[in-house]
Design a protein around this ligand. Structure first.
Ligand code: GLC
Length: 453
């Protein structure tokens, strides 16, 4: 649905480099989006009661998809897990090894500048001691600690910005919207809330909880979640919720999945959220992000071994940054409160790369020339002097790459990691660069190109 906003990069030719137009960033750096656009990279965490069964219930693996946080509604069994049974996971929710400092340190070491967690997911269970429902970590579990409070303190300590995922539409524990279809063809229909139920939930749970989150923890942003138009989330409700947040804290950012696919929503919110693991293939003017998984599930899934290589995750980050977008990489902590080993390994691999190449991501502007076959580009600098960052993923056998549409004579070309100076030759439709004899980074080598007016 954001296609209309895509600007074909091929139209932005190298001539523009001399009077370098920063597109959206110049304006927005002065406004409340500045930190968000500069950050580019954040952590998303899905943690809740579903982390206890972790994709498996009564020895059966979830059937419909790999989203372990949906286990309550989508099992191999006829009707998911009945509400009463599901609530019993609260008694087993006791993540003794949870350490907020450690989570935030891991995010920071991976080069992430912000942290987003499921304050309340679709099941309706709250990770903070909410006053409007007993279905929360303090009142319903043996753990009895304010998980969000501890994380908010750690975020302050490590200077990481904090955000909350809040499921405003689906709330299976409080009469919010319920899926209508049975899990299995022919299976019994799921209970379906009426519009009156929904209004009741909206006023008694949703609005007060959003208020609590803002007043108690002062988040920098909120991430609401819809994926289609629904009868429950009317235009009036969208406006009401946005106004509610703005009134409580005008600096708190709001994402577009508060009303995914609703006409005109991009003008009401601060940034666009793509669908899950959806990576657009071109520049988008309005600040935007993709949330992505490391394997297939968001919540921890004990049988999901589909881990993506770190190089692929890095490519997602770089591609988004070169197109003016952010990337929120998800972790599904285990029931004991620790991150799965494959997640930690990937965070460390990305962190090692970010340590060296981070300047090419943070605060960088999107690609000012054409999309390239071998990788991606970002840029920094003034009107007089510009530094391009070339992210070379595909190492061509020819030993060269061509930067299409770059017609300027470069002042200096270097490998960011090693400092090795490279040769560039201006050809009629671009700049050819002779790659180093030895490939410095197996995933992505960053080459800097300095250009002056
Ligand atoms: C979808 C899913 C949800 C997940 C989210 C992450 O909305 O319903 O389980 O939290 O995507 O982007």
């Amino acid at each position: 649905m954001w296609i209309v906003l895509l600007i074909p990069l091929s139209k932005v030719d190298a001539q523009e480099l001399s009077g370098y137009k920063s597109k959206s960033t110049e304006k927005s750096l002065e406004n409340k989006m500045a930190w968000w656009q500069e950050a580019r990279f954040g952590m998303f965490v899905h943690f809740g009661l579903y982390s206890v069964p972790s994709g498996v219930y009564n020895n059966e693996i979830m059937g419909r998809n790999w989203y372990a946080e949906w286990i309550h509604m989508q099992g191999n069994w006829p009707d998911g897990i009945p509400e009463g049974e599901y609530r019993k996971f609260a008694k087993r929710f006791d993540p003794k090894s949870f350490d907020a400092d450690q989570w935030i340190r891991l995010a920071k070491a991976a080069g992430m500048k912000y942290f987003l967690i499921t304050a309340k997911h679709h099941d309706g269970f709250a990770l903070w001691p909410t006053k409007v429902s007993g279905y929360n970590v303090m009142d319903a579990t043996p753990f009895k600690r304010d998980i969000l409070g501890e994380l908010a303190t750690a975020c302050k300590k490590y200077d990481v910005k904090l955000g909350f995922y809040y499921s405003h539409w689906q709330d299976w524990g409080h009469g919010g919207a319920m899926p209508k279809k049975p899990s299995k063809p022919g299976g019994p229909k799921k209970p379906k809330s009426t519009l009156a139920d929904f209004d009741n939930y909206w006023n008694k749970i949703c609005l007060p909880q959003v208020q609590e989150l803002i007043e108690n923890y002062d988040p920098h942003f909120l991430w609401f979640d819809t994926w289609r138009r629904s009868r429950e989330i009317t235009d009036e409700k969208v406006d009401e919720l946005i106004a509610h947040v703005r009134r409580l804290n005008d600096k708190c950012l709001v994402n577009s999945r508060i009303a995914f696919g609703y006409e005109g929503i991009e003008d009401k919110v601060d940034y666009l959220s793509m669908m899950d693991n959806d990576f657009p293939d071109g520049y988008i003017e309005k600040p935007w992000e993709t949330s992505g998984t490391m394997n297939r599930s968001w919540g921890c899934h004990q049988l999901d071994y589909g881990w993506k290589p770190a190089g692929e995750l890095l490519r997602n980050l770089v591609a988004n940054a070169s197109r003016n977008g952010n990337y929120q990489l998800n972790i599904g902590p285990m029931a004991d409160g620790t991150f799965p080993k494959p997640s930690i390994k990937r965070l460390k691999e990305i962190g090692a790369w970010m340590d060296i190449n981070g300047e090419a991501i943070y605060g960088a502007r999107p690609n000012p020339v054409a999309e390239q076959e071998w990788g991606y580009i970002t840029a920094k600098g003034t009107k007089k002097r510009i530094r391009l960052y070339l992210f070379v993923f595909d190492w061509d056998k020819s030993g060269k790459i061509k930067v299409k549409e770059l017609l300027k004579i470069p002042i200096k070309i270097q490998v960011l990691e090693t400092g090795e100076v490279l040769k560039g030759i201006n050809v009629k439709d671009g700049l050819e660069i002779i790659l180093p004899e030895f490939r410095p980074d197996h995933n992505c080598t960053v080459i800097t190109v300095e250009i002056s007016k």
